[in-house]
Design a protein around this ligand. Structure first.
Ligand code: URP
Ligand code: ZN
Ligand code: ZN
Length: 459
């Protein structure tokens, strides 16, 4: 298949210009003015922006969690992602405590066989010992999985202690990988949950009040210190607040680089949503939504280069699943749906409102994730030889977010009625049309596992 995209405004992380793009097979072959290639399909992109396909570095598809499983699987989740211009996701494999990393990898390989879009995995190490250390090396050297997720919370299921963390960092550093972290102080949070339950404070509001900013700021600083001590490269996922960002800012004073991801929800919506009785369960996620001053800090952090990526932490649950915690907030499955909306939200709220430039937009939605996680320049940019993952974007088209029109497998929208400006109109995945005229064209099984190279400090 060959495709010629005519007259689009091409945007990469470093430049933007009007040009044509010629694609043959899976790859971009030429970028330039007035290209004359004879293509099987011509797309007129006049008046449109042309971006590299989005990479969401943080999703949970079909993940067993809190006694249930997230409701989007690899087919519906990557399909919804493609509708929203995200051509690749990085999901999390969860090691079961007491079991091996390879058993977990095999379980996730079965789940992901039906992916429509491209994907990779972070490996969550929830139980570290000498045997697991050897598997960590194999993940990097043989499996192309170079990022190891850790949890400083969710004790008894996912959390590792600081000793395990430091020992993991030493092995990962030696073999060219990266440690990523859910950085919140699990013991403090568990004590606050227990206190609130004892006092009969059981509504979703107390999920929020059990995870104050200090729990995230403290753990982020501790994680940065452990990285500094071991020399390991690290990445903090789903950062929400000023205090945690300041911990990273302090680390830069000793010339340390700690990569940071925030998520679209922490930039878009705030903790006032916890005032709606049980409806607030829609926004029960960890860490919780924060304050307006934190949103200001996060946007500034993006522009200051302290935050490199914006993911979603997409972890949807049907309303019936959320109701598991109707009488006790600590039983509400944590997570919310957003995989479909990240690119459009960031454009509408960020670029359109003048908070970030077009090139910063491409950096945080695609290029930086490709660089940090060892996929650049094959993914994350529009360049000759790169995978033809392309979004043709109408920057002025307004539309309204609703459960009636979204494609995620979840029976509510956390953004019902929100009007956004900008729409992903045509999406290409490795040279194939994936989405056109609001229709998903690709079938399940089309998604490819992307093996990743060793981590180099790149940004
Ligand atoms: O609430 C969340 N974030 N659910 C998914 C698991 C995690 O902590 O990322
Ligand atoms: Zn997390
Ligand atoms: Zn997550």
């Amino acid at each position: 298949m060959s495709i010629l995209i005519k007259n689009g405004y091409v945007v990469t992380a470093s430049e933007d210009f009007t040009a044509d793009i010629y694609i043959e097979g899976e790859k971009i072959v030429a970028i330039g003015k007035d290209l004359t290639y004879k293509a099987e399909k011509i797309i007129d992109a006049t008046g449109k922006l042309v971006f590299p396909g989005g990479i969401d570095p943080h999703v949970h598809l079909d993940m067993p969690f809190m006694g249930t499983s997230s409701s989007d699987d690899y087919e519906t989740g990557t399909g919804a992602a493609l509708h929203g211009g995200t051509t690749m996701v990085i999901d999390f494999i969860l090691q079961t405590q007491g079991d091996t990393l390879y058993n977990a990898l095999h379980a996730w390989q079965k789940r992901s066989a039906k992916a429509i879009g491209d994907y990779s995995y972070h490996m969550a190490v929830t139980d570290f010992n000498d045997k697991v250390a050897k598997e960590v090396v194999d993940m990097i050297e043989k499996e192309g999985i170079n990022s190891f997720k850790t949890f400083m919370a969710y004790k008894g299921a996912l959390m590792i202690d600081d000793g395990q963390m430091v020992n993991l960092m030493k092995v990962v550093k030696e073999h060219g990988g990266m440690v990523t972290v859910h950085a919140t102080n699990g013991d403090m949070i568990d004590a606050l949950i227990a206190k609130h339950r004892k006092e009969g404070k059981l509504s979703p509001l107390y999920h929020y009040l059990s995870q104050p900013e200090v729990t995230e700021a403290e753990a982020s600083a501790r994680f940065a210190d452990m990285l500094h001590y071991t020399g390991c490269t690290g990445y903090i996922v789903h950062m929400t607040c000023e205090g945690a960002l300041n911990a990273v800012r302090r680390a830069t004073l000793r010339n340390q680089k700690v990569y940071v991801e925030t998520c679209s929800q922490y930039l878009m919506i705030d903790a006032s949503l916890y005032d709606k009785g049980f409806e607030s369960a829609k926004w029960v996620m960890s860490p919780p939504l924060r304050e307006k001053k934190d949103q200001v800090a996060l946007w500034n952090g993006i522009n200051q280069g302290l935050i490199q990526t914006v993911g979603t932490d997409h972890c949807p649950f049907m309303w019936e699943q959320k109701k598991m915690g109707e009488h006790d907030f600590s039983k509400i499955p944590n997570g919310h749906p957003a995989i479909e909306h990240r690119m459009e939200f960031l454009f509408s709220e960020g670029v359109n409102k003048g908070k970030i430039s077009l090139s910063k937009y491409v950096e945080v939605t695609s290029t930086n994730a490709a660089k940090i996680f060892g996929m650049y320049p094959n993914k994350g940019t529009l360049a000759i030889g790169a995978d033809a993952d392309v979004v043709i974007f109408n920057p002025i088209k307004k539309h309204t977010i609703s459960v009636k029109t979204h494609h995620m497998r979840v029976d509510y929208s956390a953004y019902e009625g929100l009007e956004v400006t900008g729409k992903c109109e045509t999406v290409l995945l490795r040279g194939k049309v994936a989405v056109e005229n609001d229709k998903l064209v690709l079938q399940k099984g089309n998604g490819k596992f992307i093996k990743r190279g060793k981590i180099k400090e790149v940004i």
